[in-house]
Design a protein. Structure first.
Length: 370
């Protein structure tokens, strides 16, 4: 358990170091949208706005510092109740806005090409490297093995069903991801943009839609406000694990622990800031676990999503299935006998073997090829 905890703590810390930078983009776009900078703007102009944001170190440092400072204040002072109440309304509102954007994109974008792009199977992409990337993405989007889910779980009422919550989270995450794809990719293809993964889809494609749709200033501003709330809830959960460790293991006060964690995160986040701005000292050029990395951000991103999160998940699966008492696990999940046994066998045998198999192929210790 100690190993899985350390992996989760380190992974969450490193993820937040670049997540804070990207969250700063969302906060910045609240003001860009409210100022009407997207209204009637061409795809080239919006791309330039995004490029200027990415390459301006002073602006990135300012927004990153604000995100980390607010996160540290909330965690240090225990102001979670007010934020939770706000997010209770913010997340459903964001979902509704996403549906509106998806409807707009279906009418005004290239919806047919989107359907082909998202749902037409291409089995040539089903390589061991691709499977690990997908595995890392699944862990990342569900906040698994980074300490976030454990933090949220620690505050759940005793009577909350873990199994029902897991199913609901997995379904909601998948549905929202699909709707987001249907909202973004038609705009991408309709405007001749490149359908690459990454934050550019949110910070380039959606502003194009907001700039062209009726009430775009209002919808765009609200959307990025909601996105900012979502970013803060994730940031709070990820920093909470580090704060809890400092409080419990080193006897720090909560305020001192939050300050220490945020200051440490700020310095590490500068690796991401200057990777985006193209600083020479932030450039790298080597292959790490089967993937070429060209700067510190790519290294941290690959290390966390494709290595630490699956590794932490593997360690957690081994701990739950092989070290914890079976009856204790069964009591917590409260499943039927047959369903529990199926889940338990899968967790005990299939999950560790499958994750380990992918890892070994990726680092070249097996000869099946990719």
């Amino acid at each position: 358990m100690e190993f899985s905890c350390w992996v989760g703590l380190i992974a969450g810390f490193l993820i937040l170091s670049f997540y804070a930078v990207i969250a700063g983009w969302a906060i910045s776009y609240i003001f860009e949208s409210a100022a009407g900078n997207f209204v009637g703007a061409s795809p080239e102009k919006i791309q330039n706005i995004f490029n200027e944001l990415q390459t301006d170190p002073s602006t990135l440092i300012m927004w990153t510092s604000i995100v980390l400072a607010v996160t540290g204040l909330i965690v240090g002072k225990g102001l979670k109740n007010g934020l939770e109440r706000a997010v209770t309304y913010a997340m459903p509102t964001m979902f509704v806005l996403l549906l509106v954007i998806a409807g707009y994109a279906a009418i005004n974008g290239d919806f047919a090409k989107t359907i082909e792009f998202m749902f037409y199977p291409d089995f040539s992409k089903l390589t061991f490297s691709g499977v690990l990337i997908a595995l890392g993405h699944a862990f990342f989007t569900l906040s698994l093995a980074s300490g976030a889910m454990m933090i949220y779980g620690a505050y759940l009422p005793q009577k909350t069903s873990i199994s029902q919550s897991v199913v609901a989270i997995a379904i909601a995450d998948t549905v929202i991801a699909l709707i987001a794809g249907l909202a973004i990719y038609p705009i991408v293809f309709g405007n001749g943009l490149e359908a690459t993964a990454g934050p550019g889809l949110v910070f380039v494609s959606l502003p194009i839609a907001f700039g062209q749709m009726w009430g775009g200033i209002v919808f765009g501003t609200l959307f990025f406000v909601m996105l900012g709330f979502a970013a803060f809830t994730s940031a709070i959960a990820m920093v909470e694990s580090a704060v809890a460790w400092l409080v419990e293991r080193l006897a720090f006060s909560r305020g001192k622990a939050a300050f220490t964690a945020v200051i440490s995160l700020w310095f590490v986040s500068m690796l991401t800031v200057f990777s985006f701005t193209g600083a020479e000292w932030a450039k790298l050029d080597f292959v790490f676990v089967g993937k070429h990395v060209s700067n510190y951000f790519e290294l941290i991103d690959h290390l966390t999503a494709d290595v630490l999160l699956p590794l932490g998940g593997l360690a957690t699966a081994v701990f739950v299935a092989w070290i914890m008492q079976k009856e204790a696990v069964k009591q917590e999940l409260n499943l039927s006998e047959g369903l529990f046994n199926l889940w338990y066998v899968t967790l005990r045998w299939f999950t560790p073997v499958a994750v380990l198999f992918v890892f070994l192929n990726l680092i070249g210790l097996m000869s099946f090829g990719s």
